[in-house]
Design a protein around this ligand. Structure first.
Ligand code: FAD
Length: 490
């Protein structure tokens, strides 16, 4: 039985472990933390449970696929439900929108409450669908690093329609051409942040993202986001995958351009195949220190990071839902602060996630678990303590103003995650959430491939390599490895 080693138990590492086990490999996952999941994790504070990282679950079919591949019924391991309401949006001028998953309801809401019409929404989302149809097979589901992908019939068909993917203007400009009301432009500009990018720079091709939510839907796992990880770990173990926690891999060993295994402290563990689920930056800098790194790829601009306050709240807010956004009054200024000044805007857009709206056990009776997140720049040694103290004040003032209640009185416990701790806890270079940003048209081509062209049997998965960050794409990176496995065959 050929031996495979996975370095890191992020979602893509676990998915790759499952795929290799199904193919007949003896798989061991080495993880430096004492728990699996990397960025996708949970914390418990004083009776409150929080999903600590991702909170929005889309494309659950990519998770289900792993169970089906293994001949198991996904519902024996993992359950989720489709959300009827995707998000609530609050604006400083008093506008309050509910984005229903029912497109007609959502379009009606926009037409009734803003200067934009329902037909603008339909036209926009049909463009979003067209971009998806043209791009998903070529840019998301296959490697961009083999000639065969470019000669594939799907690629040739898509190439004829590339003019329609809107790659040559920024997302904000495109959105302004669709919507009369600037507040709806803002609502759709926000989708650039789903992969840590800037809507005033990123190509309008990113307008594909709303299609994921409004066509396929947004979902919530019955036991919270972390149950995606616990159920996949269970599946992996059922397939014989071994996990070694508290085990930091220090080097990838290769000889004559063929991978031989890994080094942990002074011992070498041999393998026929090694997959790194680490951020690609640290894979080269730490695990392949003598190997010539692809510096141009590693020098690409990183995605934004996040500042998160996990607050236990001793009250219930019926006007809030699972996902809530409180928009900055001036969105452009906020992105200028993040991308040009590398600071935090004084009036940041706040994302508030409250899983206890659905999962009652996530908070004590009559309480709520608030995950309060703002976008912030990647870590470049800013004075975070000072920035965080100011941001906390600004967030409390903004939420209190828009909710018409002094929320500070309701906070009974708190924990904070910032770019430094994200880097430290998950090994993400500069604490970025999604690897590289997508702030230019060539970003897709400037992500590292899922295999090494120089060291045989060395592969790469996760949010910092092709096809990019976020749970669905990280899962696709595992699928691309599976589709391109060369040797050794089990
Ligand atoms: P990672 O999660 O990056 O895990 C890598 C693992 O490697 C870690 O466990 C780390 O400990 C381990 N490791 C590092 N170095 C070593 C070593 N030397 N030896 C052994 N192990 C090592 N995505 C969404 O789809 N929806 C969202 O709503 C969303 N929101 C997010 C919010 C936050 C705050 C964050 C942080 C991320 C969010 N994301 C979201 C992004 C998503 O979490 C990531 O894209 C995805 O989880 C990345 O998975 P990964 O497989 O790349 O591995």
């Amino acid at each position: 039985m050929p031996k495979a080693i996975i370095i890191g138990s992020g979602i893509a590492g676990i998915a790759t472990a499952i795929r290799l086990a199904v193919k007949g490999y003896a798989v061991t996952v080495f993880e430096s933390n004492s728990y699996p999941g990397g960025k996708l994790t949970e914390i418990n504070i004083d009776g409150f449970r929080f999903d600590a990282g991702p909170s929005l679950f889309t494309m659950p079919q990519y998770v289900d696929e792993l169970f089906t591949l293994a001949g198991k019924n996904p519902r024996d391991y993992f359950r989720y439900e489709k959300l009827e309401e995707i998000c609530k949006y609050f604006y400083e001028d008093g506008l309050y929108l509910t984005a229903s998953a029912d497109l007609n309801e959502f379009a009606k809401e926009i037409e009734q409450k803003t200067n934009s019409s329902a037909s603008e929404v339909y036209k926009y989302l049909s463009k979003s669908e067209a971009i998806y149809e043209i791009t998903h097979k070529v840019f998301l589901e296959r490697t961009l690093h083999k000639l065969k992908s470019y000669l594939h019939w799907d690629t040739l068909k898509s190439a004829l329609r590339f003019g329609q993917i809107d790659a040559f203007r920024d997302q904000n400009k495109a959105n302004q051409s669709f919507f009369k009301d600037e507040r709806i432009v803002q609502l759709f500009n926000r989708y650039a942040t789903y992969n840590g990018s800037n809507p005033y720079q990123a190509p309008a091709t990113l307008n594909v993202i709303p299609h994921f939510e409004y066509h396929f839907g947004a979902f919530i796992p019955d036991k919270g986001m972390y149950s995606i990880i616990t159920s996949l770990v269970k599946l992996a173990k059922d397939l014989g995958v071994k996990f070694q926690f508290d085990c930091r891999v220090e080097e990838i060993i290769y000889s004559a351009d063929v991978v031989k295994g890994i080094r942990i402290k002074n011992s070498t563990i041999e393998a026929d195949l090694v997959v790194s689920n680490l951020d690609i930056w640290f894979t080269y800098k730490n695990l392949l220190p003598k190997f010539e790194a692809p510096e141009k790829l590693l020098a690409q601009q990183r995605s934004s990071s996040a500042l998160i306050f996990y607050w236990g709240i001793k009250n219930e807010y019926p006007e809030l839902g699972l996902h809530n956004i409180f928009f900055a009054e001036n969105y452009k200024t906020e992105f200028d602060a993040i991308w040009h000044d590398r600071k935090i805007h004084t009036d940041p857009t706040i994302y508030l996630n409250i899983t206890s709206k659905y999962i009652k056990n996530d908070a004590p009776v009559n309480c709520e678990n608030w995950f309060v997140m703002i976008n912030v720049p990647a870590n470049n040694d800013q004075n975070w303590d000072e920035l965080i103290a100011k941001a906390r004040q600004n967030i409390i003032q903004k939420l209190s103003r828009l909710l018409k209640k002094n929320i500070a009185e309701d906070i009974i416990c708190e924990q904070i995650l910032d770019p430094r701790s994200i880097e430290q806890q998950t090994g993400s270079y500069q604490g970025s959430l999604y690897g590289n940003s997508s702030n230019n048209q060539f970003a897709a081509f400037l992500r590292h491939s899922n295999f090494s062209s120089k060291i045989e049997n060395l592969y790469f998965c996760g949010g910092s390599v092709h096809p990019g960050g976020g749970i669905p794409l990280a899962l696709l990176s595992a699928k691309i490895i599976d589709d391109n496995l060369k040797f050794p065959k089990a």
